[in-house]
Design a protein around this ligand. Sequence first.
Ligand SMILES: *Cc1c(COP(=O)(O)O)cnc(C)c1O
Length: 511
Amino acid sequence: MEVINGHKKWGFQGNPELIASSISVRGVLTKLMANRNKDDKRPTIPLGRADPTEYPSYRTTPVAPDAVADATYSYNFNCYPPTVDDVYLTAGCTQAIEIVVSVLARPNANILFPRPGYPQYEARASCSKLEARHFDLIPEKGWEVDLDSVEALADENTVAMVIINPSNPCGNVFTYQHLKEIAETASKLGIFVISDEVYGHLAFGSNPFVPMGVFGPTVPVLTLGSIAKRWIVPGWRIGWIVTSDPNGIFHQSGGALTQILKHTKEDFYSKILTTIRGAADILYDRIQEIPCLTCPHKPEGSMVAMVKLNLPLLEGIIDDVDFCMKLAREESVIVLPAFGSNPFVPMGVFGPTVPVLTLGSIAKRWIVPGWRIGWIVTSDPNGIFHQSGGALTQILKHTKEDFYSKILTTIRGAADILYDRIQEIPCLTCPHKPEGSMVAMVKLNLPLLEGIIDDVDFCMKLAREESVIVLPGVTVGLKNCLRITFAVEHSALEDGLGRIKAFYHRHAKKE
Ligand SMILES: *Cc1c(COP(=O)(O)O)cnc(C)c1O
């Protein structure tokens, strides 16, 4: 054993898949922050992270903390979250991504991600050994999906495509027509759509936000969401996965399980029942002939029975364990320390009286215990599970329209400032005016600059000289672009863009 500094060599290390997968946003932001000039007395303008919680204009609605306080003090919601029909609660959208990607990762499968995109997807796919392929978003077409590249990338092992709408990092909102084309393309390819709508409803341009779920009749959709962005509480880890699949495609593609449930003939079940019932009869009759054993209740279900041991009738047997040990030794019969007139009644029939979660599996009835297939079924026609959604339900229900519209006005104003100020900075172009989310992609015209190698170099020098933090595009999959978060106080945004302009003038290539 290798011993270093008095302890055994540590046997753990980080997952190299995670480290290898793309340059992390957090890592780059940390580097940029560290590169600031300590002597710059001006406040730092953070245009890198989509977290405006430090600004008064972006304070969440009081409905949200009130709902959390009420739910907490009611003590009714300390349980694990229930699963309601088509909605699965998660710890933020981040966990929704983790779950969906890891569930899809079967050997040889691949998944289609947008470029530029949200690097969390790549990191999870790489961790789960799910092959990531990238289709392009076209800046000249308002960052629409290049559907030809989707068709070119997909093959028989492609499981799904991811869209982010409203878009992070591009700031666009897909039209109804484009979403319809996405749905039709996916349907043609036999893949489903994962729609990341974490910025859902944060649409302030001319395209209204259309949830992908409306195309559920065309293609099965998994919608991922969270309260982080719309309610401006990114530290609150509450998210969800919603299925929109009115045709039950997800269910049909349950594969073997669905086939087994559907196609097993009644006579298989009855034959097995007859066999087991016969065995139960033998057990019960023969037990009668063994004085030291009594069967208090004739078995009428399952495959096992409890039998009482009459120890006083035996000599030299201490207890049940001793009986079983000696029986194994002397007779090579192995027994361990609940069939008849009552028909089996599923508890779910009492759903109208009390909400029921039924757990089951194919292990026992189909006698395939090695097949790891089980299920959870909700029987809750009164929607009790749904009512007990706690704070989240309250927040969704009671947030007033004016909170949403105030936030939208603030973000729209910020997007206008960004777009106008960018026009005045020759080395930057914004191919598409942001109309949703809190971020925009801006192109960097490197030939207009002197001594700046690429987007990372630009951002590092900007942090150093101007204490302005923006994210290099390479971190979201597009080199020599910048991702600028404009959800900051308007004055801070003006200040930040003024500093970027000054930075440009200092580094502009001389004629
Ligand atoms: C912020 C963000 C997430 C993560 O959401 P959380 O609820 O904070 O975990 C997922 N996808 C996109 C596109 C995001 O911008």
